[in-house]
Design a binder for this molecule. Sequence first.
Ligand code: SF4
Ligand code: SF4
Length: 279
Amino acid sequence: MIISIASGKGGTGKTTIAVNLAFTIPNCQLLDCDVEEPNDHIFIKPDIIDKIPVFIPVPEVDLSKCDFCGKCAQVCAYNAIAALKKKILVFPELCHGCGACSYLCPKEAIKEVNKEIGSVEIGEKDGLQFVHGRLNISEAMSPPVIKAVKRYINPTRTVIIDAPPGTSCPVIEAVKESDFCILVTEPTPFGLYDLMLAVEVLRKINIPFGVVINRSDIGNDKTDIYCKEENIPVLMKIPFKKEIAKIYSKGEIIIEALPEYKKDFNGLFDKIKRMRKQG
Ligand code: SF4
Ligand code: SF4
């Protein structure tokens, strides 16, 4: 089973849920797909055993073959290549590596060269398999790195995917193919607005989901009311507690520092399994 953890906005406690659930579930694998800012490793402290670079193919133009017809620039949906009178400009930072320009160049003047945009690191901690991706600084293309992380999904384990925050392409890349998604939110007006956007996305891509309300005793009850009206299960609530904030700030795992929370995370996993069975 693949369970992704997502949130409409950053800072809601997505990492807390991901790492604590990963240590709760037996025979688990944790993939940190928040590749612009992976931080699960701070809590897991894995022994990294392998590091693999991630490349995307970007075009390189052979001007001796090019007749400057401009077809490459016309087909590029990302404005990553421009044809001038006697020059072709490539903007690798905008290139999505789709290959359309080289495929459609009538003069076969474009070849693809690999550009390193990030890396995948693989590790282990106390039986928990761990994989995360890192997008290089100044790179904008996180989906290929997310895809590269997901290639290491171990089908013999329960897989937790920590998705990037928000509701754009990288989130969809991370959560698609999940059997269930946990949306982490907080009961504030911003939290609710972003939750509603995330709900819309998950309904569109047809992934079953439930909500975890973090810092549940701050803010208002509008998130509860919304979930009730929309028939969305609230799977767990975590109240705001100074001791939890302290544990988080020290890079520690809640269920290890405060074992009384273990039953809550076990309960969360049981609810997901039940919901999956009910289909
Ligand atoms: S499509 Fe090929 S031949 Fe035409 S401008 Fe681009 S690189 Fe040159
Ligand atoms: S590979 Fe795709 S995104 Fe990159 S320049 Fe060519 S057409 Fe544009």
